[in-house]
Design a protein around this ligand. Structure first.
Ligand code: PLP
Ligand code: ZN
Length: 416
């Protein structure tokens, strides 16, 4: 079922990752209608759409710098960068970590610090693009179901764009993230139930009220927004490709965004290989990596302190799986204790305090390091996806804030 063949002349179109049917963006907004009709509630959706550009047309006279000069507009589903928020999204720092626990590291480690985004998480990359698209289409209300970061991100970005954000959250979400949503002036709607219940309600609300929906993976532009991190890593590494990129995984959209960015560059012949991407999940929330290579899909109730990656039904399971298989990605799971340990070590050794989901990526890197998997001189990048200030409760049991002392030297001496 190809709805309209003329769309092949458009700047971009969609392709369903399951049935490969292609659609014009004028006709389909979210999931592939054919595959979605067969989706079973409570299982990952099959018909997530991939955004395809006219790579052959773009290729003429192209190099990375010319793409960058135009803000990568040829690789974005919007008409103009002017539609993006004025808040500075992306272009986050990439730090080189040369020493760890007093030892010089035998390989290169780069830390991509996405807590530098306006609402302090990676999710701003997706929200900014979704918001820009909505602005161009005259859609002034955007809804999202979120466990915290996507919602606080959409709320902040919409505030900067004069758009209305409606955020459906499950009852249990870290207070800092809920506070952000309210502070940014979004309409927050706590939903009795879990993320999946909030997700389903947001989809119904979009249908009922015509609100534009930003749900992760459901809206294909969440993947397109997130891919910008790959362009930045490539440039910040002086046009080199890392050997490995460590990515924390919940729904698998960040992972797919990282792949999509490199894949776009590959299709344009700007790079000649895709880096090895390591998908890291918490051991007790491993529904994405555990189900790669197994049938039928089996859900285990997730239970990790890394709330952002505590996911029962990974919304982008099939795309993430395809990418990991096609480009020889790797997977690893880490215990919650390892996540907290990694968080403490990263903070002490690099001055970067990240939230548990982000520390999961560093824990994955440490597990590779400690098991001798990282070759000398190899280049490793770790994606730090959110600020530690978003969830200070999760580390409270692992740190000790001493009681106040009398302000004299002898009391001070007892503490140092
Ligand atoms: C801080 C942080 N890290 C990692 C992730 C995982 O991203 P994804 O669900 O796309 O796999 C999220 C998602 O909410 C997040 O907020
Ligand atoms: Zn399909």
């Amino acid at each position: 079922m190809i709805l309209n063949m003329n769309f092949k002349n458009n700047k971009y179109y969609f392709e369903c990752i399951n049935c490969n049917i292609q659609y014009s963006a004028d006709e389909v907004q979210y999931l592939c209608p054919v595959c979605n009709a067969e989706n079973i509630t409570g299982l990952p959706p099959k018909g997530v759409l991939k955004t395809i550009y006219q790579y052959n047309n773009i290729k003429i006279d192209l190099n990375f710098n010319s793409l960058k000069k135009t803000g990568f507009i040829d690789l974005l589903p919007i008409k103009s960068n002017i539609s993006l928020p004025f808040l500075k999204t992306g272009n986050t720092p990439l730090y080189s970590l040369t020493e760890f626990e007093g030892k010089k590291l035998p390989f290169r480690v780069y830390l991509k610090d996405d807590s530098h985004n306006p609402t302090f998480s990676f999710k701003d990359r997706a929200s900014a693009l979704v918001s820009a698209y909505a602005k161009e289409q005259g859609l002034d209300t955007i809804v999202a179901a979120s466990t915290g970061n996507a919602g606080s991100s959409l709320a902040g970005i919409c505030a900067s764009q004069g758009q209305k954000a409606i955020i459906l959250v499950p009852e249990k979400a870290p207070k800092a993230k809920l506070t952000q949503i309210v502070m940014y002036g979004a309409k927050i709607i706590p939903v009795k139930g879990n993320y999946d219940d909030a997700f389903d309600l947001s989809v119904k609300a979009s249908e009922e009220f015509g609100w534009y929906n930003r749900n992760t993976a459901y809206n294909p532009f969440t993947i397109e927004g997130k891919k910008s991190v790959s362009f930045e890593i490539y440039e910040q590494m002086k046009f080199d490709i890392p050997d490995r990129i460590f990515v924390p995984v919940g729904d698998g959209v960040i992972l797919s965004g990282v792949y999509k960015g490199f894949e776009d560059l590959l299709k344009l012949n700007i790079i000649d290989r895709i880096p090895c991407i390591v998908a890291i999940q918490a051991k007790n929330s491993d529904n994405l990596v555990r189900n790669i290579g197994r049938q039928p899909f089996e859900i285990r109730k997730s239970n990790t302190l890394a709330d952002s990656i505590s996911v029962d039904v990974p919304r982008n399971f099939y795309m993430a799986k395809d990418y990991l298989k096609r480009y020889n990605g790797e997977t690893v799971t880490v215990e919650d204790d390892d996540i907290i340990k990694a968080s403490l070590l990263l903070a002490k050794n690099a001055g970067l305090f990240v939230e548990p989901a982000a520390a999961t990526a560093f824990a994955g890197f440490l597990s590779f390091y400690l098991s001798g998997k990282l070759l000398p001189d190899s280049k490793n990048t770790v994606l730090l996806t959110g600020s530690g200030l978003k969830d200070i409760d999760s580390v409270q049991n692992y740190i000790d804030i001493p009681k106040a002392i009398l302000p004299n030297i002898s009391e001070l001496k007892k503490l140092i």
